[in-house]
Design a protein around this ligand. Structure first.
Ligand code: ANZ
Ligand code: ZN
Length: 821
């Protein structure tokens, strides 16, 4: 027929692809392997517009690489543990697995309709015992290496969800999920010792530069927060009640030691209570109550008036012997550095604000040429010359930092140090729907890992509905049959650990499982991992810029150190797609501006929605659905599709006999498209393809006509390029052109470089003033290229008779004069 009906195309080709299984990699070494991965979805309801965008992007890369002839691994799976399933189960008196697996089936069907070129045979779900067995196995390896440990710790606690939250899950002092203000609670929790990898996580980012978005690298760098500086010991004077003791501070500015005018310890650190004099203890305790109610963010806010209490004691500056009053304040954090600072108000704004509030002295020690901070009220932080600083006076800032460290090191009162902002990863959760922690607690043996051959420790199936409601302890604690067990070590009565793992643990290694999802000897087949990894292109949202990516990098390094893989970075390249907005705002229930993906697909077809996502903007920019035109995309696709029906030359017709003007457009488009795809400028590829479609239509209607082999060549190129964006349309075009399925494996068209030359001119080549050759060259040829061509010419070589060159004068594009020796 001659009318484009996307419904017919989807109905025709979906089952054919399913039958063909074209997206399973060969993995036989006949072609170079490449791994494309989209951040796997969480099964909350059906797919939404955000999925549609992200997966359209990843699919462009996957399909493009396949056309280039690579053996492409493009798997799909689900990140299927997590709280929403549990909350749904409580509400519906069901088991979380019911909601989870029902949603997975819905999403899987939508992904198939959306024609993602995924290898469905590798599908995995992190909530399957066959998967989490290996999450537990990895936990056990971490535990053996001392990288998984427990400690009592004040943790972020959401009073509504009744669960512990990682720092990262606290947004502006509130629970990321429900918005309830977060409080602190002391609990015995499991941690991964990610801080041990801080240096490597930072240093290895060099490998990612240029291949990951710079802003993601910047966010990771900032999260790791490496600060170089010094630990300096201050002696705190004895009082009648207590002896003298040393307190160490962390400072990045030891050059400013002479500018320290007071000393501050974190109000909530044990140290504050240890230092305070008896008469001031009640005051400190009242202050501590006040501080407890604040979040870290609020505490560090520069907007808030500074608060604090004097502890009644003095610290001695090791450089000049000055007595500094010791205060407790909330702007110093117990968790960072040593929890104590020397305050230098002239050169640190927080200290200056505090000094002003409490009338403490301000002494400038670095002259930056700006106004004295004591007068201006603005601390100066830049380069300058040291003043009022004894032996440091006259030095520049960096020299003074080095010199101050030498001095304290020589005196034994300090040392160079590197401090990290990164904290260990709190991984235990007091919830049900997650990977159980494979540890048994025995009164005699302590913490005993469940032996590998007894994994997985599976979740009990009889807990459902209300039994899962948050109580502050894990719901697993109520499953007595499950909890009570025997100690793997002594055989005595023991109890299982009742916490489950943060779902970020599950997603920190799934990319490895995909290389051998059925493997039963370990989490993955090391040989398969070495063949496929690292991931050549990872695609996902910038909301994962820190946690998921940092955790995955950490896991990869540990697994590398276990000797299981030869690489230590999981993702060689990263693409962050933008968001899909509606009316300039993120889609949300409260704004009522949500766009239903299913409705869009029903209305415009899969291909038009995919093409619109791609065409709207560069991949990393947001797409505003209110500004785009899926119906425009559908019209373009119909126009491209009609070209295929018009072609009358036979398959295999030699394009060399065809119209040169059209051939030039075709070859230029293919060459440009490849370059643009390599640079992830997918939207421009669509624009170029539109031009090629127009040129082809013109050639058919008012040029050489539908029978010209150049027309066939052009339409075949359109079909192959469109296969990256609009697979149904492309497949149908391919069939109309007389080829069998699938266009996905057609191969990227070969470009004839001679057809890329647009304007040519004749360049005259002389040897000693005598014309020896005339060359057709591009008008914009470079001097170097022209020189090469001239020297390679047969007649020129003959005229040179093997002599060397004295001079070669090149006047691009028209003349080359060669003077031999
Ligand atoms: C004296 C000084 C003088 C400082 C100066 C800065 C400027 P980054 O770069 O973020 O690592 N600091 C140390 N521990 C702290 C804590 N627990 N809570 C709040 N502030 C703390 O910051 C290091 C600087 O932050 C340290 O260097 C210390 O103040 C402060 F002109 O020491 B500085
Ligand atoms: Zn035991």
């Amino acid at each position: 027929g001659s009318s484009y009906r996307f419904q017919d195309l989807e109905a025709t080709w979906g089952p054919v692809w399913e039958e063909l299984g074209v997206f399973t990699p060969k993995d036989d070494g006949t072609a170079e392997r490449r791994y494309v991965l989209d951040m796997f979805p969480y099964p909350s309801g059906d797919l939404h517009m955000g999925h549609a965008e992200a997966f359209a992007m990843g699919d462009v890369v996957s399909r493009y690489w396949r056309q280039l002839g690579y053996d492409v691994l493009h798997p799909i799976g689900w990140d299927s543990f997590g709280l929403p399933a549990e909350n749904a189960a409580i509400k519906r008196n069901a088991h979380p697995s019911e909601w989870t697996y029902a949603n997975i089936e819905t999403q899987a069907a939508s992904f198939k309709r959306y024609a993602i070129s995924a290898d469905w045979s590798r599908r995995l779900h992190t909530s399957d015992p066959g998967y989490y067995r290996w999450t537990q196995w990895l936990f056990t390896r971490f535990h053996e290496k001392g990288l998984a440990y427990r400690k009592d710790h004040p943790v972020n606690w959401c009073p509504k969800d009744q669960t512990v939250l990682a720092n990262e899950q606290v947004v502006a002092g509130a629970c990321e999920r429900c918005g309830t203000p977060v409080t602190k609670k002391s609990l015995n929790q499991w941690y991964f010792r990610i801080t041990e990898y801080a240096d490597r996580l930072l240093d290895d980012m060099d490998q990612l530069k240029g291949h990951w978005p710079e802003r993601v690298l910047a966010m990771q760098r900032n999260w790791i927060g490496r600060s170089e500086g010094a630990h300096v010991d201050f002696a705190v004077e004895a009082t009648d009640e207590s002896p003298s003791r040393a307190v160490t501070v962390f400072t990045t500015r030891p050059d400013t030691l002479y500018g320290a005018t007071f000393f501050v310890v974190a109000a909530d650190a044990d140290l504050a209570g240890e230092l305070v004099t008896a008469d001031r203890r009640a005051g400190l305790e009242a202050y501590q109550e006040q501080v407890k109610a604040l979040s870290e963010i609020e505490r560090q806010s520069t907007e808030r008036e500074k608060t604090g209490v004097f502890l009644g004691r003095y610290a001695i500056n090791p450089l000049n012997g000055e007595r500094l009053p010791v205060w407790a304040a909330d702007y110093v954090l117990a968790e960072y550095g040593t929890g104590a600072i020397m305050a230098v108000p002239a050169h640190d704004q927080r200290d200056l604000d505090f000094a002003k509030t409490f009338g403490l002295p301000v002494r400038m020690v670095v002259d930056t040429g700006e106004e004295d901070p004591a007068v201006s009220g603005t601390a100066t932080v830049g380069e300058g010359t040291l003043v009022n600083s004894g032996e440091l006076s006259g030095l520049g800032k960096d020299e003074a930092i080095a010199r101050a460290i030498e001095i304290v090191e020589a005196a034994g009162t300090g040392r160079h140090t590197v401090n990290f902002r990164l904290r260990d990863w709190l991984l235990s959760r007091q919830r049900f729907w997650g990977t159980p922690i494979p540890i048994v607690h025995c009164a005699d043996c302590g913490e005993v890992p469940v032996p590998d051959d007894q994994l997985p420790v599976t979740l009990p199936e009889n807990l459902r509905g209300e039994a899962l409601a948050p109580q502050g302890t894990s719901p697993l604690a109520a499953a007595e049959d499950w909890v009570n067990t025997t100690c793997p070590s002594c055989g005595g009565a023991a109890k299982r650990d009742t916490d489950t793992m943060d779902t970020f643990v599950d997603s920190s290694w799934y990319f490895l499982r995909f290389v051998s999802p059925e493997y039963t000897e370990g989490p993955f087949d090391p040989a398969a991992a070495a063949r496929w990894m690292p991931v050549g292109q990872y695609v996902g949202g910038v909301e994962h810029a820190i946690l998921h990516l940092l955790y995955s990098r950490f896991f990869t390094k540990v697994i590398h150190d276990l000797g299981l893989i030869p690489f230590s970075e999981p993702f060689s390249a990263l693409l962050n797609q933008g968001q899909v907005l509606n009316g300039g705002k993120a889609m949300s229930k409260s704004l009522g501006n949500g766009v239903d993906l299913g409705e869009q697909l029903d209305k415009y077809g899969v291909d038009a929605v995919r093409l619109t996502m791609i065409f709207a903007s560069p991949p990393e920019d947001d797409v505003d659905w209110a500004d785009v035109s899926p119906s425009g995309s559908a019209k373009f696709l119909a126009r491209a599709w009609r070209l295929a029906g018009d072609v009358t030359s036979a398959p295999g017709a030699d394009p060399a006999a065809g119209d040169v003007a059209l051939r030039r457009v075709t070859h230029r488009t293919v060459a440009d498209a490849a370059e643009l795809l390599d640079a992830s400028k997918f939207n421009v590829v669509v624009a170029k393809t539109m031009e090629l479609v127009n040129a082809t239509r013109k050639a058919i209607d008012s040029g050489p006509g539908a029978g010209d082999p150049a027309v066939r060549e052009a339409v075949e190129a359109v079909a192959v390029i469109l296969s990256l964006f609009a697979p149904y349309t492309a497949e149908d075009m391919w069939a109309q052109l007389g080829h069998g399925p699938s266009v996905a494996n057609a191969g990227w068209p070969t470009v004839d470089p001679s057809l890329l030359v647009q304007d040519t001119v004749v360049a005259v080549v002389q040897v000693r003033g005598k014309v020896r050759d005339r060359l057709d060259v591009p008008a914009d040829i470079t001097e170097d290229a022209l020189r090469e061509l001239a020297l390679a010419s047969e007649p020129v070589q003959r005229a040179l008779e093997g002599r060397g060159l004295r001079t070669v004068i090149v006047r691009a594009p028209k003349l080359v004069n060669i003077v031999p020796e």
